[in-house]
Design a protein around this ligand. Structure first.
Ligand code: HEC
Length: 127
């Protein structure tokens, strides 16, 4: 006989799996973003404390802009911008860095919206 408690445990076990399969597109775009990040990797590390020309992008979503140094200190422009990075602001920044932050030394734009979304999805996975 199946007791109600067993059923409860069974559905509780199923729930995470359902959530996982409900968001395959998210997982995919972060995966594509990881590949697209090759374009950024010359200047940005993905591990905490990693310094290349630019600051590490580990934990960039939710971090205050212009607070971490790469091999050079953050520009005054980026420090002055000083907003906490959200996916929305990162999207604007990667569309046209100098438009959002006039005077930034970050000059690489990603014109393709899908590619930008993939890269930002990947950035969000970097802790
Ligand atoms: C040629 C080197 C170079 C490349 C390539 C590059 N960046 Fe940057 N990036 C920089 C530099 C330098 C800064 C610091 C800018 C400043 O201080 O104004 C920066 C800053 C940033 C910041 C702000 C970080 C912070 O702590 O506020 C983000 C986000 C960023 N870059 C994302 C990217 C992404 C995503 C790519 C790939 C599409 C990329 N960058 C490609 C050099 C680069």
């Amino acid at each position: 006989m199946i007791r109600p408690a067993c059923l409860l445990a069974f559905s509780a076990a199923l729930l995470p799996a359902t959530l996982l399969f409900a968001t395959p597109s998210l997982a995919q775009s972060a995966e594509k973003g990881k590949a697209a990040f090759a374009q950024c990797a010359a200047c940005h590390g993905t591990k905490p404390g990693e310094k290349k020309m630019g600051p590490t992008l580990a934990g960039v979503v939710g971090r205050k802009a212009g607070t971490l140094a790469g091999l050079t200190a953050p520009s005054q422009a980026l420090a002055k911008f000083g907003k906490t990075w959200t996916a929305k602001d990162l999207n604007a920044f990667l569309t046209a860095p100098a438009k959002l932050v006039p005077g930034t030394r970050m000059v690489i734009a990603v014109p393709d919206a899908t590619r930008r979304a993939d890269i930002i999805a990947y950035l969000a996975t970097l802790k």
